[in-house]
Design a protein around this ligand. Structure first.
Ligand SMILES: Nc1nc2c(ncn2[C@@H]2O[C@H](COP(=O)(O)OP(=O)(O)OP(=O)(O)O)[C@@H](O)[C@H]2O)c(=O)[nH]1
Length: 296
């Protein structure tokens, strides 16, 4: 687990780094509150912080308040490690948003158990986050999360004037797979389908499970032609890569795809774009399945 040490004193930073490494953690350092803030705004920041109180620029308590006021849903466990001591300092630090408080000089064994307690809370929070945002069968985003990601991707496309496409992907005659092989094998087929999607999409494309066998894929910075290419790659991969069971049986599937491109004047929000993708999917189903239809 990454642990961010925020301290302006190089000796303390070195000592903390050595201790954390010894305890199997991965220290990351910032020499000021301002630098820490920059680092915490990047992707995948550390979620466990050891924070000094008095530093040039943003102080420890100020940094706590800034992080607690953010509404990006990121969780940080903050241990304030400071030369200050006494109840007043504890109260001030924890009112600012610190989760724990330790005075310098500190006993290494006490820091170790406090960090262990913080790690447990960070892991618990990560588990909760995973449960709340992922579909438990396929591990792609669940409906609530993909809606949220879709909204923010759409807002960004509108702001930057960049392209955005969405595809609704639905397995053809999935009921027949369940009826023929049973529900458990139907589940395996759904997992296979998501694996194929992940293999054929880019890192920044987002896949969500929208209903039983219906998936939505949000394709940022993608124009209609590129989106068509991606959709065709997915469609043919599903057709030609059957799900192989442990006993060697192969479950063949096909998918129908409805594709729609974001048009700022026409699409005030996610719903109208999805409706067009949905209508295109419906046409794909009605006109024979195993095909892609692009919305008008
Ligand atoms: N195994 C499994 N089946 C599911 C799950 N969720 C939904 N289903 C099944 O998915 C099937 C969807 O069937 P329909 O909506 O009739 O669609 P279809 O058979 O795929 O037919 P078309 O979409 O018209 O090609 C139903 O039989 C549901 O029971 C799931 O999590 N696991």
């Amino acid at each position: 687990m990454d642990v961010l040490i925020v301290d302006d004193d190089p000796i303390t930073r070195l000592a903390l780094c050595a201790a954390l490494e010894e305890w199997g953690l991965n220290p990351v350092v910032a020499e000021s509150g301002n630098r820490a803030l920059e680092m915490l705004e990047q992707d995948n920041p550390p979620h466990l912080l050891i924070l000094d109180w008095s530093m040039p620029g943003i102080s420890g308590p100020e940094l706590c308040k800034i992080l607690r006021a953010r509404d990006d849903g990121q969780f940080f466990y903050i241990l304030m490690l400071t030369g200050k001591e006494g109840n007043e300092a504890v109260i001030e630090a924890m009112e600012a948003g610190a989760d724990d408080f330790l005075s310098k000089p500190f006993d290494h064994r006490v820091l170790k158990v406090r960090i262990a307690a913080g790690s447990r809370i960070v892991r618990l929070e990560q588990t909760l986050n995973q449960l709340a945002s992922r579909d438990s069968l396929t591990q792609c985003w669940n409906r609530r999360m993909i809606d949220e990601l879709f909204d923010s991707t759409l807002a960004e496309a509108r702001r930057k004037g960049s392209a955005l496409c969405v595809m609704m992907v639905d397995i053809d005659h999935f009921k027949a797979i369940n009826d023929t092989y049973g529900h458990a094998i139907g589940d395996t087929a759904l997992q296979h389908m998501v694996a194929i999607l992940n293999q054929n999409l880019r890192e920044y494309d987002q896949v969500g499970r929208y209903g039983g066998e219906e998936f939505i894929v949000v394709l940022p910075t993608t124009d209609r032609d590129s989106a068509w290419g991606i959709a065709e790659r997915v469609r043919s991969a599903v057709e030609y890569q059957p799900s192989v069971l442990s006993d060697g049986r192969e479950i063949s599937m096909t998918v129908s795809i409805g594709l729609a491109m974001f048009e700022p004047k026409r699409d005030p929000d996610r719903r109208s774009l999805m409706e067009r993708a949905d209508q295109a999917l419906y046409k794909a189903k009605r006109s024979g399945r195993n095909r892609i239809i692009v919305a008008d």
